[in-house]
Design a protein around this ligand. Structure first.
Ligand SMILES: Cc1ncc(COP(=O)(O)O)c(C=O)c1O
Length: 381
């Protein structure tokens, strides 16, 4: 079978969960199954159920998080220029689009070459009175330096929105990502550490933000989450602000619940073992640098990008692809897109010239990883 860069790992138990919703419950929209998924996510993270707001994509979770802060910055007496958010340019375009969708301006920042995560010194240079928040991205599931981001935010009076799309299941100094912080956004799209088909969630640590986000995901119908979970509906609401259709359906939640149960026994060990095998086979190869990750941290890698140095990236990709090994690029820096044009950001651009993503998902065997590393060695030596 053709090797895949990434893949959904779903099967009979997910299919059975969907069958149960269709044949036994019969209500496909947001209801009891979504509530249960939120409760189980909350229990797994060690937070309260009101803190977890599931959404139909990770991008939607980010949009709700930004929207919630944007709404606060526009309270009477606080009106001013368009609020800005500091964000590393080397991220999926979703982070930038969510910021713009919720009425803010992304301020593209540079990254650290050894981790491809936000460079706080560069972010500090771009700080002005219109910046309301900072959005660290846990690139390749690495939350390293997160404490420093929170310290920086505290010192500068900023809110923090973690783009933790890659980082479900990871820990920072022993604590699960999403069990502490300010606003933390996960993605459950088809290839993430767990999937609900498409989906995501926001974990909020402030009741007002959580309430605003829960309402905004249901077209800003106040209290609609509570009504739906009670099996009722508000017929004559008064809408006071912007809202979206961002809720997660019972069908998607049913898939997510099965995946959450598979995370610790199956997905975490598989991803970590494959990544460790890659590290041992690729370490020391010429013209190749592994991204650094804090050895004390518990990283559950969603993707496996490596740096191919000395202008060899394109030849390296071509050599692997000639052997049927797919590769990817995470990411074209957002400041290079016409819509977000900014810069220059030299380290993002350097990494864009170097980064190649290798196959990683729990459906790979140890022999698959050996084959990729053999092809990498042949391409570089
Ligand atoms: C860094 C990052 N942010 C945000 C997202 C958006 O998540 P979703 O695809 O669930 O909308 C992704 C998804 O790939 C991502 O990788």
């Amino acid at each position: 079978m053709q090797m895949r860069l990434s893949r959904s790992i779903v099967g009979a138990s997910e299919a059975e969960a969907v069958r149960r919703v269709i044949e036994e419950d019969g209500y496909l929209g947001m209801g009891a199954e979504t509530r249960r998924f939120e409760e189980e996510l909350a229990a797994w993270l060690g937070v309260e159920p009101w803190q977890v707001i599931t959404t139909n994509t990770g991008t939607a979770a980010l949009t709700l998080a930004v929207d919630s802060l944007q709404a606060e910055s526009r309270l009477p007496g606080r009106q001013g220029a368009v609020p800005k958010i500091l964000v590393p340019s080397l991220t999926f375009v979703a982070s930038f689009q969510a910021i713009v969708a919720a009425g803010c301006l992304p301020v593209a920042c540079d990254v650290l070459p050894q981790t491809a995560t936000l460079d706080l010194r560069d972010a500090e240079k771009r700080l002005d009175g219109d910046v309301i928040a900072i959005m660290p991205v846990h690139y390749a599931s690495n939350p390293w330096h997160l404490d420093e981001v929170y310290d920086f935010a505290r010192r500068k009076g900023l809110r923090v929105i973690e783009d933790a799309a890659h980082a479900f299941g990871c820990r920072h100094h022993g604590r699960k990502i999403g069990s502490f912080g300010d606003l933390v956004c996960f993605s459950f799209d088809g290839i993430k550490n767990i999937t609900s088909g498409e989906g995501g969630c926001l974990v909020a640590f402030d009741r007002e933000c959580a309430q605003r986000a829960a309402d905004a995901r249901l077209l800003a119908v106040e209290g609609d989450t509570r009504s739906r979970y009670a099996g009722t509906r508000t017929w004559t609401p008064d809408i006071k602000r912007l809202g979206w259709r961002f809720h997660l359906s019972n069908i998607m939640a049913a898939i997510g619940r099965v995946q959450l149960a598979r995370l610790e026994p199956e997905f975490i060990p598989a991803r970590r073992e494959l990544a460790a095998q890659y590290a041992s086979l690729l370490g020391g190869l010429p013209h190749l640098a592994l991204l650094e990750t804090d050895p004390e941290d518990f990283v559950v890698p969603h993707i496996l990008p490596v740096r191919i140095l000395d202008g060899r990236k394109e030849a390296f990709k071509a050599a692997l692809e000639a052997q049927g090994i797919p590769t990817g690029v995470h990411y074209k820096p957002n400041h290079l897109h016409s819509f977000f044009a900014a810069g220059p950001l030299p380290l993002c651009e350097q990494l864009y010239d170097e980064l190649v993503t290798l196959p990683l998902h729990p459906g790979l065997s140890r022999e698959d990883v050996e084959a990729v590393c053999r092809a990498a060695r042949e391409a570089l030596i």
